[in-house]
Ligand binder design. Structure first.
Ligand SMILES: O=C(O)C(=O)C[C@]1(C(=O)O)C=C[C@@H](O)C=C1
Length: 107
């Protein structure tokens, strides 16, 4: 058990506080991701009507370039890039699941 005079007590409080902050940030991220998925589903339906494929590699390259440039911290840019690759991969799946005709499962 930790007592208040123990330096580990302070560390433990800081850990709890930082995790609380992470929880709040996660709430904001999930809410924004939900809106992003919703918007992408609309795009998926427009593409379906126009007979366009869900996967648009040129647009994805543009998104990756844009979001990595938005990150002021050069050290985390590679991670942002990785995260967005995954977001867009999942977005493609969601777009296909949201379309009326769900036969196109190509990546
Ligand atoms: O902008 C589009 O055309 C989308 O369908 C959205 C999105 C994205 O998640 O940003 C997803 C799939 C496409 O390959 C390109 C981009």
């Amino acid at each position: 058990m930790l007592i208040k005079t123990d330096p580990a007590w302070d560390s433990s409080k800081k850990l709890t506080a930082a995790r609380k902050q992470i929880n709040q940030l996660d709430e904001a991220i999930v809410s924004l991701l939900a809106k992003r998925f919703e918007t992408a589903a609309k795009i998926g339906k427009i593409k379906e009507k126009q007979g366009l494929p869900v996967f648009d590699p040129t647009r994805e390259e543009g998104v990756l370039e844009r979001v990595t440039a938005l990150d002021a911290n050069q050290q985390t840019r590679q991670y942002i890039w990785n995260i967005y690759r995954t977001i867009m991969e999942n977005t493609r799946d969601f777009e296909r699941d949201s379309q009326e005709n769900r036969t196109d499962r190509r990546k």
